[in-house]
Design a protein around this ligand. Sequence first.
Ligand SMILES: O=c1ccn([C@H]2C[C@H](O)[C@@H](CO)O2)c(=O)[nH]1
Ligand SMILES: [Zn+2]
Length: 141
Amino acid sequence: MMLDDAQEQALIIAAFAAAEQAYAPYSDYPVGAALLFDDGAVITGCNVENASYGLALCAETVAVAKAFGEGRRGGLVAVAVVGLKADAEPITPCGRCRQVLNEVAALGATDPLVLCVSKDDVRRVTLSALLPHAFGPSHLA
Ligand SMILES: O=c1ccn([C@H]2C[C@H](O)[C@@H](CO)O2)c(=O)[nH]1
Ligand SMILES: [Zn+2]
């Protein structure tokens, strides 16, 4: 499934809206993520930090956990990630989030598009480009 401009824009807007819910009092670096599934559903997440700093959950991981919690297994088409403090250079998912995203991707048939978004720019990459030679469920089979 290819994304048209309107779908892309809607996903980016959903990620910005999610970032507004970020709980990031320690880093003051709000992040939002929005996952688009092949039935058109969008599931969002924001980063959730903790007084024990190292326990922070990234927006992408929160979104994936919500998706699994709603019964989704595969069907991930695209992900938008925005950092509200990212002006020029878009943020990209951290290494842990790439692996977490790979789990839902590996359960489906498509290599999801990752939209890395800043105020000024959108960078489009595939998840497999962000995480080549990924370890996944097939390795355990
Ligand atoms: O792709 C990213 C990168 C960072 N963060 C969060 C983790 C932490 O709460 C804050 C600063 O690193 O941003 C995300 O949610 N997603
Ligand atoms: Zn992360």
